[in-house]
Design a protein around this ligand. Structure first.
Ligand code: G3H
Ligand code: ZN
Length: 289
């Protein structure tokens, strides 16, 4: 079985990206895995701090591991947006393949200090755990938005600078970087977010020479994803679109079947809805027609 590091390196080499999808429960995990298996591509499962609180840190790890082992399948687990060193350590100790240390809201120096401590811990843990750093604020919630999140600005000066990114990567030793390149968490109502800044992605990628991770993928176009991947993105994150598909399918089923009480029947349509969204994204990220 390839490690996540090898899988991402191979994606970068082939100019495709590994899809990263968040879960809050087992149904979403099955929907994501079914889609990946159907296409035969690797996949990363993400759990944010809130999602981890709901699923359980060790339970998320055990669930993903159980699928990886049973199907001998390249499915990986990431501790998405983690805001403290303690919680990064908790995820590493629980067996996660990668962690995101999110100091985007901190000063540059504080961000460097926190990321460096996490890198040190990951290197000493006895497994190959990838550490992703964050540079540039892109909001924090995967939800449907009426406006661009407060604190996020999309003008050129507000995006991550290639020089600062290089300094950050050199000082911390992170394995991957999530920049602000016109992306933001959540999706505008209507489902279409502003275009990504592909030139900036390219400039950052050339400056730092490590894989870029594109967050806030819900609402971005297939053309933008493919251009971003060609410019150096190795992982793309999607959450809001999955949540919307899950909620809508569940709502529809319950409206149409008000007397059904078996959860495994009620939730079947939600699994399929997640699967459909993920399949379409994975086709785009892996350039499968
Ligand atoms: O880390 C999670 C993602 O960046 C998801 O962003 O909800 O805009 O798809 P999204
Ligand atoms: Zn994110």
């Amino acid at each position: 079985m390839k490690t996540l590091r090898e899988t991402v390196a191979e994606a970068i080499k082939n100019k495709v990206a590994v899809g990263h999808f968040n879960i809050s429960n087992l149904e979403a995990l099955w929907g994501i895995f079914n889609a990946a298996k159907k296409l035969g591509v690797p996949v990363i499962i993400g759990v944010s701090e809130g999602e981890r609180d709901f699923v359980g840190v060790r339970q998320a790890s055990a669930l993903v591991k159980s699928i990886r082992d049973e199907y001998d399948y390249p499915i990986y687990l990431n501790a998405d947006h983690t805001y403290s060193v303690e919680r990064v350590k908790e995820a590493i100790d629980a067996g996660f393949d990668s962690v995101i240390v999110d100091g985007a809201k901190l000063s540059f120096e504080e961000n460097v200090a926190m990321a460096s401590e996490c890198v040190k811990y990951a290197r000493a843990c006895g497994r190959d755990v990838l550490v992703e750093g964050e540079l540039g604020y892109i909001g924090q919630s995967s939800k449907v938005l009426d406006a661009i999140p407060e604190g996020v600005t999309l003008d050129e000066e507000s995006l991550t600078s290639p020089e600062v990114a290089k300094d950050f990567v050199t000082k911390t030793g992170v394995d991957m970087l999530a920049p602000a390149v016109g992306n933001f968490h959540g999706m505008l109502r209507g489902g279409v977010d502003p275009k990504l800044n592909i030139e900036r992605i390219k400039a950052i990628s050339e400056a730092i020479g490590i894989p870029l991770v594109l967050h806030g993928g819900s609402g971005n176009s297939a053309e933008d994803f493919q251009a971003g991947i060609d410019a150096g993105v190795g992982i793309v994150h999607i959450n809001t679109e999955i949540r919307v598909a899950y909620r809508d399918a569940l709502k529809k089923f319950l409206q149409e079947n008000p007397d059904e009480v078996a959860p495994y029947k009620i939730l079947k349509s939600a699994v399929s809805a997640v699967e459909n969204v993920v399949e379409a994204k994975l086709k785009t990220f892996n350039k499968i027609s």
